[in-house]
Design a protein around this ligand. Structure first.
Ligand SMILES: Nc1ncnc2c1ncn2[C@@H]1O[C@H](COP(=O)(O)OP(=O)(O)OP(=O)(O)O)[C@@H](O)[C@H]1O
Ligand SMILES: [Mg+2]
Length: 424
């Protein structure tokens, strides 16, 4: 069913917020929906400079949709639901937290003015996090962590406390890291970025909200500031001319097009060898974690001891396909499988022997103690083996890296919530 726009409930410099007339067209849950409608408008320096730019609403929407789809895929909790039209998207209605969360990898711009002596190009590791209170009249002043906590802001019935700020702060840095890697895959340096959060008033959940588009960051192809593609070009204009605006529009189109290629398909795969079909349950536990991370996984039953030619035949086929592959070898009792495969390939091999309660401690030595010249490793828990394989593949797969970073984020946030609950 088509989502229909309702009445306008808010309007800012670059967007209008509309209700959804027929929420029954969207999934039911602890949430209400709004439409974010982008305007063909570009502004800078707290709207001291404002211009209309044809097509900007559509380009901003394309970029935001690509970025939020990527972040949703990585497990980051966001307000984004789906694209609606060329210039609008459906999102979860939020009570916005009036703070701009800024992350910086490279020192430039206003940071240098506020921190005299720091050289342009200084790299922050981890990325530096700064907070700015959204107050147009006061020019969005920088706030400290303590000021935000002291303000005890009520957002949709949730008073923002230290643990909320910890959650949003960790989310901010994670979002930056995920997008930084994604842009790096296209040869672009994400220099810094601004994001905003909201509270879903129905369930109190904190969501990454607003938009992330070419107004939100500094983006330098090849790490070269002279090639900057973001809104900074507009801020820096001495005079706004028709030609200059055409160049800026081209930049926005370039970024929107590139952003649509950030979410890439899986780069590699995992092949699980099992010595016997009776090991299938153990293999399924490994595969479950791999599939959660969207890693393609295939199974083979072959015994290094009893069907040696077949084991090597499958190995040769895998090598012939030239798909980056991590092998996980699952064999109980005496594990010949992992070591034999490792001795005949340079693909990474991880042993994950199913451990019997009676003989496990003795059997595990057949996976741990290797003949010389073999580099296979051993993980005795299925999730450990899966995650180890994932870390190897993530070296060259920014989407997988992002999903793993997203998992770590959600574990961290889950612990914050558990700690809150236990002290209630
Ligand atoms: N999911 C959401 N639910 C409700 N409001 C939202 C959501 N996402 C963003 N908004 C709000 O939409 C409003 C309009 O956006 P816009 O960016 O145009 O405002 P603005 O002029 O930049 O003002 P502001 O300084 O508040 O951002 C903003 O106040 C923004 O916080
Ligand atoms: Mg805004």
């Amino acid at each position: 069913m088509e989502v229909l726009p309702g009445e306008k409930i808010a309007e800012g410099k670059t967007k209008e917020i509309l209700t959804v007339k027929n929420p029954e067209s969207l999934p039911a849950g602890d949430r209400e929906y709004v439409l974010l409608q982008s305007k063909d408008r570009i502004t800078a320096n707290n709207a001291q400079r404002v211009n209309d730019m044809e097509g900007k609403g559509a380009l901003a929407t394309s970029t935001t949709v690509a970025i939020f789809e990527l972040l949703n895929d990585c497990g980051v909790k966001t307000h984004f639901v789906q694209r609606h039209t060329d210039t609008s998207l459906v999102s979860v209605k939020c009570a916005m937290v009036p703070i701009e969360f800024v992350t910086r990898r490279v020192a430039t711009g206003s940071f240098l003015k506020r921190n005299q002596g720091v050289k342009e190009g200084h790299r922050f590791a981890p990325p530096l996090l700064e907070y700015f209170f959204k107050d147009d009249e006061a020019g969005d002043p920088q706030w400290s962590y303590q000021q935000i906590v002291a303000a005890a802001m009520d957002c949709g019935g949730v008073v923002i406390k230290e643990h909320h700020l910890d959650e949003m702060s960790r989310m901010t840095v994670t979002v930056f890291e995920i997008l930084e890697r994604a842009w790096a895959s296209l040869g672009c340096t994400l220099v810094d970025m601004k994001i905003e959060f909201g509270v879903n008033p129905v369930n109190g959940e904190i969501l990454l909200a607003d938009v992330i588009d070419n107004d939100s960051w500094r983006l330098w192809p090849s790490g070269d500031r002279r090639l900057q593609m973001d809104k900074q070009v507009y801020r820096d204009l001495r005079e706004v001319t028709v030609e200059a605006m055409q160049e800026i529009r081209k930049n926005y189109a370039w970024v929107a097009e590139k952003a649509s290629h950030l979410s890439s398909k899986p780069w590699g795969r995992v092949v699980i060898f099992m010595g016997s079909a009776s090991d299938k349950d153990h293999c399924d536990k490994i595969a479950k974690v791999l599939r959660e991370l969207k890693i393609p996984v295939t199974f083979h039953v072959c015994s290094a001891h009893k069907s040696t030619p077949m084991s090597l035949g499958v190995l040769h086929e895998i090598e012939a396909e030239a798909v980056p592959t991590v092998i996980i070898a699952v064999a109980g009792r005496s594990n010949g499988l992992g070591p034999v495969l490792a001795g005949n390939t340079v693909l990474p091999v991880i042993n994950c022997p199913p451990m019997s309660s009676q003989w496990g401690e003795a059997d595990v030595w057949s996976s741990l103690r290797m003949p010389s010249g073999l580099g296979c490793t051993t993980a005795i828990q299925p999730d450990t083996a899966a995650l180890n394989a994932a870390t190897i593949l993530s070296l060259n797969d920014h989407m997988l890296w992002g999903r793993m970073r997203g998992r770590q984020l959600n574990t961290y946030v889950g612990l914050i919530h558990a700690n809150q609950k236990i002290n209630q």
